[in-house]
Structures are given as C-alpha cells and as structure tokens.
Design a protein around this ligand. Structure first.
Ligand SMILES: *Cc1c(COP(=O)(O)O)cnc(C)c1O
Length: 387
C-alpha cells in the first residue's frame, strides 16, 4: 500500500493484504503458539507466538501506519505498553510527568517503579517551563498525556519534546484520548507514542490492549526485546478485534467529535453547570494550542456541576443512554464521577487542589444521536433536582 495515502485509507488497508494462499480479505486469527522450522533455527519468520504472531504483525503494521511511525508493538493492555517504556529505564533514573496523568499510570509510577528506584516528578505539563524546571541530570523520560484525564488539559507536545531532548531524555506521549486520527505525536517530535487500544482504537468496549509506536529502529528493537522478555503480549483474537476496530476509527471519531462538540456547547448553557472542560470550546484555556496540535477535539469532555458528591452521583446513576461505567472510547456513551470512581484513590485535598471536585462528571460521548444524549442528560439533571 502507498505510504502517502490518507489516514482513512491506511486505517482500512495498512498491514492487511489479502491472504496470499486463499485470498481471504481479513487477517486470519492465527490461534497458534509455535511454528514449524525447516531446520534448527531456520523458521519462516515466526517461531513462538509470544515473540511474534501473524495476526499481531498485521495489527502492529496497521498501528504504526496510523501514527505515521515505522514500528509498532502491541501489548495485552495499555498498562503493558506503559510498563515496557519504563523497562527502558534503569534504577536511579528520573521521569517528569503530568500531575493529572491517568490513574493507572500514576499507580505504576509510584507504587511499582518507585520500588525499583526510579523517581517521578508530577508537574503541570501545560507549562513547558514547569517541565524544564523539573528536569534533573538523571531525567531520562518526559511522559506526556494530552488531552489529560479528566480535565482535558492540553500539553504542547513539540515544546515538551524539545525540553526532553535538551535533557537527553526520551519524550513519550500517551495518545489514547486523541487517537492518531486527531493527533500524531511523532510529527511533533515525540519519540514514542503509547496507546490503550482498549479505548478508541478498539472502539467497541470488547477487548483490552495496548501499543507503542516509534520511528526509531534502535528504540523499537529495545521495546521489542522487553515485549518478548516480559511477555505482556496480546492474543491473536484480541489483535483481530482491534484490527476490526481501526478500520472505522476515522468515521467513528468524526461522530464522537461532532456529538461532543454539540453537548459541550449545550452544557455550557445550563445553569447547573459551573464549567465545561472541552478543548473545542473557545473558553478552554488551551483552545488555540489544541486547534494547532489536533485535527479535531475528540469525544471526551468533563463538566462541573454546581452539586454535592451525592447529587452528582444521582446524575450519573439516572442517565439511561449514557451508561455509568469507567473506561471510554467505545461507540456507546459512558458517564462517570471521577471523585467517586476513576480518581477516588487520590486523597480528597489533592483532588480538590487539581480541580477534581465532587461535582465533576466525565463523559465519553458515543456515536448515538446527539438529541438523545442531550435529552438523557437533561432528564438526569432533573432527577437530581438540579433544574
Ligand atoms: C485506559 C488508559 C490507559 C491504560 O490502558 P489499559 O488498556 O486499561 O491497560 C492508559 N492511558 C490512558 C489515557 C487510558 O485512558
């Protein structure tokens, strides 16, 4: 396939040639652990499925093509991918990252890798100077998430990659929220892109997976070493599901963005809503940066209700089209209350300090009809006595 083709075309075709033997269009699910060798060591590209599996190979090629990188590696979860980036570091190394990084990322940093003598600084990554100030001689990684979860803060990937490179560190970007359809961090100078495939790339809330993409062959070789040595690799059926998902990524994202834009505007006009966090709104503090760095603003939004923890809890319990659940990025709309769910592990004072108030609600806006989503929220606000 032509490497210059557009992302809509790559999503469907990259890494997915019809099977040369049978002509089957779809990549088969190679449910298989080991491979025949012609002589000891003389294999035909595959020897054992932890090391490589043909279904996974097609997915990895597809993901690399979507991000505009030369090399993709798939993992059994987003955390498996993130763990592998940390495997690249050594005891004594230091990492600078965002103070509202994904909860699981915060957990693996502080509860797993601090034990292995890595250290982490959590700073406001919307401010490149704060990141530069946090850099130390032993800094080896700047870990960026943009937009962040759940406050949709936007970090300037190009500026942070420069800060990282000036320090001789790698810049890795968790691109789960934006997806490569809206934002391609490698184009802005990042060294590694990380994904939870569980979210938009899989897109149907039916599998868990992760990925790393890089343009650097040496880096990819090191990532591949840990992928095989540690073994958090996905099975072929999961790879098949994600490949099925990526084909429709562009059309799904268009609708996610359209629906989120519309709901964000509607929420802004509601008297019980104090604040809407959506990078597509002109009121968003980094709206201009988002407009430069992203092709559209995504399907995730948060809003702060003028409500108690219980009232906000009633809102998310009363919705019917929005399902009360953690996770995001599927075709169906999900809603949750960070202070009671995804971010409950953060101590209340710390939560309040970074803006995760009791009345904050996060929505993963799905691809249903926007009228139904709006009516659903209106009904839930009424049920909670907020109208
Ligand atoms: C879900 C998520 C992860 C972790 O991915 P899993 O597939 O759940 O392991 C990492 N980063 C972000 C931004 C996520 O939303």
């Amino acid at each position: 396939m032509d490497d210059d083709s557009r992302i809509e075309t790559r999503a469907i075709h990259a890494g997915q040639e019809p099977d040369p033997e049978t002509g089957a269009l779809m990549t088969p699910i190679h449910a298989n652990s080991t491979y025949e060798q012609d002589a000891p060591g003389a294999h035909r590209g595959y020897e054992y499925s932890r090391t490589g599996n043909p279904t996974r190979t097609d997915l990895e090629a597809n993901l690399a093509a979507l991000e505009g990188g030369a090399h993709g590696r798939a993992f059994s979860s987003g955390m498996g991918a993130i763990n592998t980036v940390l495997n690249l570091l050594s005891a004594g190394d230091h990492v600078v990252t965002s103070d509202d990084v994904y909860g699981g990322t915060h957990r693996i940093f502080t509860q797993v890798y601090e034990e292995y003598d890595l250290s982490f600084s959590f700073v406001d990554t919307t401010d490149p100077e704060a990141v530069a100030d946090a850099v130390r001689p032993e800094t080896e990684l700047v870990w960026v998430e943009t937009p962040t979860n759940p406050l949709m803060r936007i970090a300037d990937i190009g500026a942070l990659a420069e800060v990282a490179h000036a320090a001789g560190a790698l810049c890795a970007v968790d691109n789960t929220f934006a997806t490569p359809y809206l934002q391609r961090p490698l184009e802005h100078g990042a060294d590694i892109v990380s994904h939870s495939l569980t979210k938009y790339l899989g897109g149907h809330s039916d599998t868990v997976g992760g990925a790393l993409v890089t343009d650097d062959a040496d880096l990819d070789e090191r990532i591949g070493f840990y992928q095989n040595a540690v073994g958090a690799t996905p099975g072929p059926f999961d790879c098949f599901l994600v490949l099925r998902g990526t084909k429709t990524l562009p059309v799904r994202m268009d609708r996610h963005c359209e629906n989120a834009r519309r709901l964000a505007a509607w929420l802004q006009g509601q008297s019980c809503v104090d604040r809407v966090y959506y990078p597509g709104l002109e009121s968003h503090p980094q709206h201009d940066l988002a407009a430069r760095q992203m092709d559209d603003f995504g399907g995730m939004l948060s809003f702060e209700l003028d409500a108690t923890l219980d009232e906000a809890g009633t809102v998310v319990s009363e919705t019917e089209v929005f399902t009360l659940a953690e996770s995001l990025g599927g075709v169906e709309s999900l809603i949750e209350q960070p202070a009671a769910m995804t971010h409950a592990a953060i101590p209340p004072e710390e939560r309040e300090a970074i803006g995760l108030t009791d009345g904050l609600i996060r929505a993963s806006v799905g691809v249903e009809h926007a009228d139904d989503l709006e009516a659903d929220l209106r009904r839930a606000f009424e049920a909670a006595g907020l109208y």
